[in-house]
Ligand binder design. Sequence first.
Ligand code: FAD
Length: 397
Amino acid sequence: QRVSVVVVGAGPAGLTIGNILRRAGIDCVVLETETREFIEQRPRAGVIEEWAVRALEERGLAENLLREAQRHTACEFRFDGRQHRFSYSELTGRNHYIYPQTLLVTDLVREYADVRGGDVRFGVRDVQVHGIDTDQPSVSYTCPQSGQHQVIHCDFVAGCDGARGVTRRALPADRFPVARHDYGIGWLALLAEAPASSDCVLLGIHQDGFAGQMPRSPEVTRYYLQCPPGDDPENWSHERVWAELRRRLAVDGAPELVEGRLIEKRMLDMHDYVVEPMASGRLFLAGDAAHLVAPIAAKGMNLALHDAFLLGDALVAHLTQEADSDSSGLESYSEACLRRVWDYQEFSQWLSEVYHGAATGEPFRTGTTLARLRRLFSSPVAAAAFAEQYLGTAERY
Ligand code: FAD
């Protein structure tokens, strides 16, 4: 079989690229190791930046999102025993959109496969990429139904298979170093079957560790609790989780947290990485396959979407020009993505110190953490800079 593009991975990045290609009438195949039901129910992100919503809308991919998503205009820091509401929309005129990743992925699969007639193969095994530095790359896999080995020849491979995928490993390590950063911190990531106690994200800065509340839908709320890296989720009973959330998010006069069944409880060892450059020959990485950013500032899915818009558009420009094909977008792809990637990594690191500095027990870091927080509420210039980074700039880098 031969197609123009093989997309490896049906997450937000791969499905967005698939949709952009199908809309332009380009033949492609999306390969995914999991089932459709699994990817539609895998809970992760929930915050989409306004520039990304607009970019999805321009590509005909935001109809449900625009109808269903909550618009957030503020977040609330809790420190010094008090609530400190930060109204970022007043400063920027832009919002955060709260739309669970499960719903976005469900919309993107439906649009790609059921509306635009795209080819997606679920449950594939043994995916391997071949010949990326030739002009005849291919991707092989084992078909789940027949057990047969299949090869798809193509012009380009989009590696969108996330943090644990195979496409990144096709890049030789000596020419594609991976820059890593480890925070030395764990987060217990929780999903509760309960409404949020506030209309916005809550960020609790506490000497015993960070606690966060992120509304996801009227019925489901995400919580995070800082804990030692490598801690066992089984150490965190229902009672201990709720007691700790209440304690770390406690402030005078705020509504009580609404307790509910915990439907997800997993440990995240907080780390980041960036592969640079993000492309070699005919292989282009996008999303978590190329860079991971710990969920401190809710940036990962936004970066995955940013890559997908740039790569999808660049592939369309290259593949639809009959003569004199336009390859400028492909040539500048890695550099253009990495500017936003490094900007978001830096902001996440900065914000990590705000969230975690006071829990180190070091008086000096507690002092500087509180200075950062007070600056946000006393300096209009600092507040505007924070709001821009928190929402992600709408400008092209
Ligand atoms: P993925 O979503 O990981 O998709 C990759 C796909 O490839 C998967 O479907 C996988 O099954 C498939 N795959 C893997 N290996 C192979 C293979 N060998 N062959 C074929 N397919 C393969 N980001 C935000 O922006 N905002 C948030 O609020 C936020 N919250 C988060 C909370 C948590 C708890 C976590 C874990 C992450 C969060 N993120 C957030 C990050 C966000 O979920 C990821 O950055 C995003 O899913 C990346 O999309 P992707 O398409 O690059 O990769």
